[in-house]
Design a protein around this ligand. Structure first.
Ligand code: GDP
Ligand code: GDP
Length: 454
């Protein structure tokens, strides 16, 4: 049983070759109920259905990794962005606008059984101007008789409608072939070779000091750079040198785009944050140390947790904090970051430059943890001793056993425990904590799941 599971894990891991840089992004757009989520589920298959147990992680994932004919890409489900019920059509058009900005290819889903609606028209208008490849999916074409209805979608002016049934899978392979053809070429790459500088998402609520920090560390030499080789996004990143190493700061253009963000601040902010995280390896979250921790700060941290990226929390504006308040502030911060005790912390001032030099080592440390692999033999030896010293609690008169454990992946590190019975959550947390203590992982999330023999 374990061997079969392991074979599956290693096949997944082989497919998921790490360090290959950010994947091209396919965004699925369309009005509600046209079948976006159904299509996304069909494309990613059931591989997402792993039992995950990360506290506080929101379930409304919107980005997924997908593979078709050996090519990997990121799939963004804008259905998960959930526009407000008010001003629906406008919101959907705005979603489409953002999707168009962050994606390499847009998969526009229309319900062929209904035909083109006003909302579809609005989205179509946005996409026609977007200058990105658009694949038009005519969904709910469940049988051949309905194919005729798909042809009505030519009127959107977005090229050939591709009939598909997300629900039954009809022609979904053909649709994916078209999507694949529209993806930008990715340059060939040697296995394991890192593509370019490490990638940082600089996050934080408005006015927390993101631009100030970039200006401080990069000075006048800030250069906007092209997106990843092989993608078609507009230049939105910046190369910045920190402590002698060059990093790619993802979507710094978004930091400047205030006017846009004012219209639907939370909406855009969350979306940009998610998109930036998707392309980043580590997040630097700025928090205003002179102010209380807000809901917005916690939401950003939540998005980082959800993304599985490494994290450094930088408390900025430290110059505004009184000497005698500092001690209490530290305690307060510990309390507030209780969900992410593993995040690395630095206290800085983007204005005065205080301790800004501590950022780079923290980022490096977090990235190292994120990529750490614990050898299987060491892991099992450690767990054997741990379980002997502190056995899992007996449940229904039975003593659960950990039969075998392995680290299934890095970036982020994921561990799988093969067990004879269900392990209580508190016990799994205990194991997670001890793995952290034993093997480091400062600055990186880790994930511990179990597979129970049925
Ligand atoms: P979303 O809001 O765009 O994400 O739409 P959903 O994926 O939630 O689908 C909305 C409804 O349409 C659900 O009841 C689906 O079962 C149904 N649906 C989705 N795809 C198809 C399809 O290809 N054919 C038919 N007949 N129904 C579909
Ligand atoms: P952004 O919206 O996150 O890019 O924030 P900005 O970099 O535009 O900064 C917002 C305001 O906070 C500006 O007035 C900055 O001068 C100020 N600010 C940024 N960092 C610091 C800091 O470390 N100390 C102090 N006192 N002010 C800061």
């Amino acid at each position: 049983w374990i061997e079969a599971e392991l074979a599956e894990l290693s096949a997944e891991e082989a497919e998921r070759e790490p360090d290959s840089g950010p994947l091209p992004v396919v965004a699925v757009v369309g009005r509600p109920n046209v079948g976006k989520s159904t299509l996304v589920n069909r494309i990613i298959g059931r591989r997402e259905a792993v039992v995950e147990d990360v506290p506080g992680v929101t379930r409304d994932r919107v980005t997924y990794e997908a593979t078709w004919r050996g090519r990997r890409f990121t799939l963004v489900d804008t259905g998960g962005w959930d526009p407000d019920a008010t001003g629906m059509a406008l919101r959907i058009a705005e979603q489409a606008q953002i999707a168009a900005e962050l994606a390499d290819v847009i998969l526009f889903v229309v319900d062929a059984s209904v035909g083109v609606t006003d909302s579809d028209e609005a989205v179509g208008a946005v996409l026609r101007r977007a200058g990105k490849p658009v694949v038009l999916a005519a969904n709910k074409v469940d049988n051949q008789q309905m194919e005729l209805e798909a042809s009505g979608l030519w009127s959107l002016g977005l090229g050939e409608p591709r009939p598909v049934s997300a629900l039954h899978g009809r022609a979904s392979g053909d649709l994916l072939d078209v999507v694949l053809d529209a993806l930008p070429e990715t340059p060939p790459q040697t296995f394991g070779e890192r593509r370019g500088p490490r990638r940082i998402a600089l996050l934080g609520k408005p006015n927390v000091g993101k631009s100030s920090l970039l200006n401080k560390v990069a000075g006048e030499e800030r250069v906007l750079v092209d997106p990843m080789a092989g993608t078609t996004r507009d230049p939105v990143d910046e190369l910045v040198e920190l402590g002698g190493t060059t990093y790619r700061f993802i979507d710094t253009a978004g930091i400047r785009r205030r006017d846009r963000e004012l219209k639907g601040a939370d909406f855009y902010a969350a979306m940009r944050t998610r998109a930036a995280l998707e392309r980043a390896e580590v997040a630097v979250v700025l928090i205003d140390a002179s102010d209380v921790l807000t809901e917005q700060d916690l939401r950003i941290i939540g998005l980082v947790i959800e993304s599985g990226r490494a994290m450094v929390v930088a408390f900025n504006k430290w110059d505004l904090v009184d000497e005698d308040r500092r001690y209490y502030l530290e305690k307060e911060i510990d309390r507030q970051l209780v969900r992410t005790p593993w995040a690395l912390r630095v206290n800085i001032s983007a204005k005065t430059g205080r301790h800004v030099e501590k950022l780079a080592p923290a980022i490096e440390r977090a990235l190292e943890s994120w990529g750490t692999r614990v050898p299987t033999a060491r892991l099992n030896q450690f767990l054997t001793e741990l379980v002997q010293a502190t056995p899992p609690p007996v449940r229904g008169g039975r003593q659960p056993k950990i039969l075998f454990a392995t680290q299934a992946s890095t970036e982020p590190p994921k561990f799988v425990l093969f067990t004879s019975a269900f392990l209580e959550e508190t016990y799994r947390r205990f194991i997670e904590r001890r793995i952290r203590e034993e093997f480091g992982f400062a600055g990186s999330p880790i994930d511990v799941t179990m597979k129970i023999r049925e």
